[in-house]
Design a protein around this ligand. Sequence first.
Ligand SMILES: Cc1ncc(COP(=O)(O)O)c(C=O)c1O
Length: 409
Amino acid sequence: MSQQELSLVGKHLQSRATRSHSFESSPWSEALDLIRDRPDAIYFGDGAPATEVQPIARLQEAALKAWADASGNLGYGELAGYAPLRELILERMQVRGIRAGAGDIMVTNGSQQGIDLIARLMLDPGDPILVEGPTYIGAMQTFDAYEIDYVVIPMDDEGIDVAALDARLDAMDRKPKLLYTIPAFQNPTGTSISLARREALLDLAERRHLLILEDDPYGELWYGSPPAPALRADHPAVVYLGSFSKTIAPGLRVGWMVPPPEMMDLLAMAKEATDIHSNRIATRTVYHAAEGFLDGHVAMLREFYGARRDVLIEGLTASMPPEIEWNVPDGGFFIWLRLPEAVSANEMLVTAARHDVAYLPGSWFYPLGDVRTNELRLSFSSLPVDRIREGAKRLGHAATDFLRNEECS
Ligand SMILES: Cc1ncc(COP(=O)(O)O)c(C=O)c1O
C-alpha cells in the first residue's frame, strides 16, 4: 500500500466509532513486553488450559465422525446448535444442579460470545451494569464496546458481597440492567460463592428483579469439594454460560448459554445477526469427542490441575515474605495474591521481570476508576510443575527485594 493510501485509511480511522476506543490497548502486553527479551522468564499470566491435556487423538477420531456425517450437514442451519450436543450438555449441567430442556440451550462460540449476545440484547450506551471487583478482563473488553457504566461490587472470600450490593442498589437512581458474576472459581480470584452468600444473592435477585449473567467456565474443575450449585439451578432470571474451552480445548470455540426461556427467541436472532450459527463440524466434533469420554477426562483434569495448584501453593508458602497473603482456591486456574495496602503490584512487576518471572497485576481486573493496585493474579493452569516451583521461588525473591527497597525508600 502506498504512503498516500495509508494516510487515507488513517483519516478513516480518525472518524471511527466511539466504541472502538476500547480496542486501543491490550491488557496482556504490559507484562509480556517486560519479559519479551528474557527467554528463561516464567509467565504466570497465561490463564489458558494446559495443551498437554487436550485430547487430540480423541478429537481427531471425533472429527472423522463429524465429517463422515457431513453430507447434507454443511449448509446453513442449526441456529440453536447441533441437537445431540444440546442433549449432552443437558446431562452435563446436572453436575451443576441445572435441569433444563434441550430447547432452553443455545450453542455459542465459547462463553465469550454468550457475554456479547447478552450485552447486545440488553445494553445501551450509558447503562449501568454490576460487576464483581475484580472481574474477568475479557468480559470487560466486551462490555466496554457497548459503552456501559460499571458499578463495581466488592468481593471477599465467600464471593460477591451481597450486603454491599444491596446498599449500592439502594443508593442508585437508575436500576442496573444486569449483574455479571462468576460464582465458581472466579477469574481472577479463584473464589467460589458460599452457600449462605448464594442464598442471599438469589433472595436479592428475586426481591429486586435483578437479571443475573452467570459465567461458569470453571464450575466442573474442582480439586476438593464441588462448588455451590449454579445460580441458574434455583432462579429463572439467570442467563447461564457454559463452555468446553477448559474441559476439551478453547480453540474449538464451543460453549453454550441457558437464558430464561422468554429471552431465547431474541437471543437466537442476535446470534443469527452475529455469525448466522455456530460451526457445524466443530460442534459435531465436540459432541463425538465428549460422548462417553468427558466424565473420565474431567476426572483426570481435576487431578492434573489440582497437582499444579498444590505445587504453586507449596512454592508460595516456602518463598513469599510474610506480609503477602493469598487464597487456596478449591478449583479453577487462579490464585490471587494481596500485597500490603500501599504496595503496587504494577511496580513490583518490573522487579519480578528482572528476576525472570511475571504475572498479571490485579489492577487490570477492575474497570477504570475503581482500581485496587496491591493485588495480582497467578495462573497455574498452563505451566509444568517444575516451572511453577521455580517461578514461585523467583517471585519470592522478587517480592522480598521489592518490599525491602520499598521500606528503604
Ligand atoms: C470467566 C471467563 N469467562 C469466559 C471466558 C472465555 O471462555 P470461552 O473460551 O468459552 O469463550 C474465560 C476464559 O478465560 C473466562 O475466564
